[in-house]
Write a protein that binds this ligand. Structure first.
Ligand code: FAD
Length: 494
């Protein structure tokens, strides 16, 4: 107010702030895992890029939160699976990882089956199934692994799907399982294992997409499911680790891209900086890594192809709600069976999947309240996500108390994060699969523009890293089109 009064008294029109001039061979929209992986890989190849991020922080859907007593939890993504290229990247960055088996305790038809076996398939299965069910499971597993292997090989090679795989694009995963005539308990195990991964019900996705997801849990020549990994101290260390390799000035935050234009000589990207100042960034290529549900907020010139828009508009997002309960330490026997902690538990109840993340803390010595994270998925998330958080908390506490009677009175505090649009799925009712022609079309560049992000690949961080690595490879192959030669960091160091 005072400043305005002085200016008007002086009679001078205030000078607009100088517009920063920005130019980079590659402009990357979004500094989540996709954008950061891409910038990291391009840097290694000596190609400079500029990351433009709308939020004040980097990382997107990778976000570790720290409570006032120093305990941490994940607001967004939880774990990385073994075959994901994210794990190789985590190792390359020398980050401390905690490793765990693929499977968890599971609640089927109201009965909790505590995890057993330390990764040994038969011990685990014996804790859930009788002999007949176990044999049926293994027969189905062999078929599913065989189909997945064919799918994976054809996807990697870019060859057409076999007629058998193609047919699986046109029935739901639920229907595929029903046709197998499996015992009820086996079919329930498959459903309860799958749905938390994709944040949507199993009858909403194609059998092909379901098989792709189930690969995480199948017995294969490499072992019984894929081990999973957390970064000790929080997954944010991953995105920060990638960002630590950025050059000074390579990242703009609080910079929302509103328009992407391809010109004769390159690209022009319009950015709203700090919610108040528009500025133009120029480059030779642009990669937009925002999730599909946000692509419609950016103007594209020339417009994205009809097929790309169709792909974007028919990719949908499943829902998650994350509830973090801080629970008094003396309550922990309540989630033990025979002295063993049964968490992680896939509960198939309004309590969702329950993780005890107390073990992932950097400093285990410190006495502190336990951290229980509830990941509510699909219908369990949709049922509460529009309620006031007070009601969400009460319903979640009640659901947890139903599983572990008495725990509710030990809850000391809670924090809740709501994600109506959490991760992508390809709805069968719209004729979609993540392996269809539209999905392939979205992954193809349009001139100097690439669309990336996890939602162009699958429903996990794996998709983000796959997209980042793929686009890096493609840009490196086209490096002569970046025109302006860029000195590699190695050469600069010599
Ligand atoms: C609750 C939850 C739990 C999950 N759990 C797991 C899990 O256990 N394991 C797993 O593998 N995956 C999990 N995921 C998925 C995982 O978080 C994502 O796959 C991954 O983080 C996506 O990275 P990304 O870079 O592709 O997208 P994002 O992280 O969404 O990054 C996109 C970035 O673009 C920015 N942006 C958006 N619009 C603009 C604009 N106009 N201009 C500039 N910047 C913009 C955003 O602010 C964001 O930073 C989970 C997701 C959620 C929501």
């Amino acid at each position: 107010m005072v400043v305005l009064a002085i200016q008007s008294c002086s009679g001078r029109t205030p000078e607009p702030p100088a517009t920063p001039s920005r130019d980079a061979p590659v402009v990357i929209v979004g500094a989540g895992l996709t954008g950061l992986t891409l910038a990291y890989e391009l840097n290694k190849a000596g190609i400079n890029s500029l990351l433009v991020e709308a939020a004040p922080r980097l990382g997107g859907r990778v976000q570790t939160i720290t409570f006032s007593d120093g305990a941490t939890a994940e607001a967004h993504m939880e774990e990385f699976f073994e075959r994901s290229p994210a794990v190789a990247l985590l190792r390359e960055l020398n980050l401390p990882l905690s490793e765990d088996v693929a499977h968890s305790s599971v609640r089927l038809d109201g009965q909790i089956h505590p995890y057993q076996g330390e990764g040994a398939r038969d011990t685990y299965l014996a804790g859930i199934f009788n002999e007949e069910e176990r044999a049926a499971f293994l027969r189905w597993n062999a078929k599913a692994w065989n189909l997945y292997s064919q799918l994976h090989a054809s996807h990697e090679a870019g060859t057409p799907l076999t007629p058998e795989l193609d047919a699986l694009m046109h029935i739901s995963f639920a229907e595929f399982i029903a046709r197998e005539g499996l015992p009820h308990k086996v079919s329930e195990w498959i459903r309860v294992t799958l749905e938390p991964e994709i944040a949507i019900e199993w009858d909403k996705i194609s059998a092909l997409d379901g098989l792709d997801e189930m690969r995480l849990f199948l017995d294969s020549p490499e072992g019984f499911g894929e081990k999973n990994y957390h970064v000790l101290g929080g997954n944010t260390l991953f995105t920060e680790g990638l960002a630590a390799h950025l050059r000074p000035g390579q990242l703009m935050t609080q910079a929302r891209v509103t328009a992407v234009e391809q010109t004769d000589s390159g690209v022009k990207v319009r950015v709203l900086q700090d919610d108040r100042q528009f500025l133009d960034i120029t480059g030779r290529m642009v990669v937009v890594t925002v999730p599909v549900n946000l692509l419609g907020r950016i103007q594209f010139s020339p417009s994205l192809s009809r097929e790309k828009w169709q792909a974007i508009q028919t990719t949908k997002m499943g829902s998650y709600v994350k509830v973090h309960f801080r629970v008094a330490p003396e309550a922990s026997p309540l989630w033990e069976v025979n002295g063993e902690n049964v968490l992680t538990l896939l509960s198939d109840s309004p309590a969702g999947s329950i993780y005890d993340v107390s073990e992932l803390q950097e400093n285990e010595q410190q006495p502190r309240d336990r951290v229980l994270t509830l990941l509510l998925h699909a219908r369990f998330a949709r049922e509460v996500m529009n309620l006031p958080v007070d009601e969400m908390r009460e319903k979640s506490a009640e659901a947890l108390d139903t599983l572990f009677p008495g725990v509710r009175q030990h809850i000391r505090s809670s924090e809740i994060f709501v994600y109506p649009q959490a991760v992508a799925y390809w709805p069968l009712e719209l004729g979609r699969s993540r392996f269809d022609a539209l999905a392939n079309e979205l992954r193809r560049p349009q001139g100097r523009l690439y669309i990336g992000g996890d939602t162009t690949e699958n429903s996990h961080s794996e998709g983000a890293v796959i997209a980042g690595l793929r686009i890096a490879r493609q840009i490196i192959e086209r490096r002569n089109e970046l025109r302006e030669p860029v000195e590699s960091p190695r050469a600069a160091a010599r």
